[in-house]
Design a protein around this ligand. Structure first.
Ligand code: GLT
Ligand code: MN
Ligand code: MN
Length: 389
């Protein structure tokens, strides 16, 4: 394999412990492999050139561990992080696995479960801080409903807001350097999950008491499950200054959440996603939230992990070629005409500009004649991405 695509720390590639630890269980079949332990994950990923790992509280510390067990596990894990130079840039809480959360955590109808969920998140935040994480993800996997007769969706959003406001205050009160990222998903494991898209999350953030502390963690598969264009959602997050973390994987539209190896499906979308991140100087972690095919053995875990990183770097090189290709750039310029006077006229309002614009004589027939030579540009893109160019 070419050294050109060898991952380096500065690429900031990370994996959830739950990704390489995935045992291939699904609703219709049992485990097919052992999955990597947290210690093994850190060591093997470090060898492959990753920057770090992310974790749920219970990926590392079992939910029923005593305080002593917790401290021993965390100390051992920190030793391996130190040995390998691996970071934990992001942590999160498992608020979906235990049966207690089967009808939601922050949005449960039961105040005791809501209180327990907030307590669990506070403890998870403490753990994240102890491991050096400065980002904390909230994926509300169980925050939804099948039986709408039983739950009020307006209360659900209010409860979500109360929990996040509480936890923002907790972070500030503790003096932690920690920001939150919200991750949307339309459904699965619930029939419908509240705040189902990145755009919905963005609207919700504006209603929080500390919106400056809360950004986004969009995931490829989650937007594509709903048939949406992922890189457009990411573009909106970038525009809002809220793209602080990203979950990279692949997905066939209209399926269950497949969490496939990055770029294994939808090469073109993956190319434009990498282009968006690279062209806009995204400098957060490039987190792979995916898992090996269920057909894989334990050995295949590392082919999977290496493949995610290598595919990203291949697409990054394709982006460089795209941006440096004179013919492609010429076609792009043709597709993006400029007119400084007109742009100045419409970029912001004042009354004289409005009057000038109103008085202008536009001929829509003439404007409609202008050529949009997208066939050539799109074909050039295809040839570049496939290596024919
Ligand atoms: C779970 C989910 C992911 C989330 C993880 C963080 S857990 O695997 O499918 O999309 O990012 O809670
Ligand atoms: Mn995810
Ligand atoms: Mn997913």
């Amino acid at each position: 394999m070419s050294v050109m695509y060898q991952p380096k720390k500065e690429d900031k590639f990370t994996f959830g412990l739950w990704t390489v630890g995935n045992r291939g269980r699904d609703p219709f079949g049992d485990e097919v492999r052992a999955g990597a332990t947290p210690i093994e994950a850190v060591r093997r990923l470090a060898e492959l050139g990753a920057y770090g790992v992310n974790l749920h509280d219970n990926d590392l510390v079992p939910i029923n561990a005593t305080a002593g067990e917790r401290d021993r596990i965390v100390a051992e894990f920190k030793t391996v992080l130190d040995d390998t130079g691996m970071k934990v840039p992001m942590a999160t809480t498992n608020l979906f696995y235990h049966p207690v959360f089967r009808d939601g955590a922050f949005t449960s109808n039961d105040p005791a479960i809501r209180a327990y969920a907030v307590q669990k998140a506070m403890r998870g935040i403490d753990l994240g801080v102890e491991l050096g994480a400065e980002l904390y993800v909230f994926w509300g996997g169980r925050e939804g409903a099948e039986v709408d007769a039983a739950k009020d969706p307006v209360s659900a959003v209010k409860r979500m807001r109360e929990a996040l406001n509480f936890l923002c205050e907790y972070v500030m009160d503790q003096g932690y350097k920690m920001r939150f990222c919200l991750e949307a998903k339309p459904n699965e494991p619930r029939g419908d999950i509240y705040l189902p898209t990145t755009g919905a999350m963005l609207g919700f953030i504006a209603t929080l008491a500390h919106p400056e502390m809360v950004g986004l963690n969009p995931e490829v598969a989650h937007e594509q499950m709903a048939g949406l264009c992922f890189h457009h959602a990411v573009a909106q997050a970038i525009d809002a200054g809220k793209l602080w973390h990203i979950d990279l994987n692949a997905q066939k539209p209209g399926r269950f959440d497949q969490d496939l190896r990055f770029a294994s499906e939808g090469y073109k979308g993956a190319f434009f996603l990498v282009k968006l991140l690279e062209d806009n100087g995204y400098d957060g972690p490039r987190h792979f939230d995916a898992h090996p095919y269920r057909t894989e053995s334990d050995q295949g875990i590392w082919d999977f992990a290496a493949g995610c990183m290598r595919s990203y770097l291949i697409l990054k090189e394709k982006v460089r070629q795209f941006n440096a290709d004179p013919e492609i750039q010429e076609a792009y310029r043709e597709a993006n005409p400029t007119d400084p006077d007109l742009e100045a006229l419409i970029e912001s309002y004042d009354r004289p500009k409005a009057e000038t614009l109103k008085a202008m004589d536009w001929d829509p027939e003439e404007l409609a004649q202008r050529r949009l030579a997208y066939e050539r540009l799109d074909q050039l893109t295809f040839e570049l991405v496939t290596g024919a160019r």
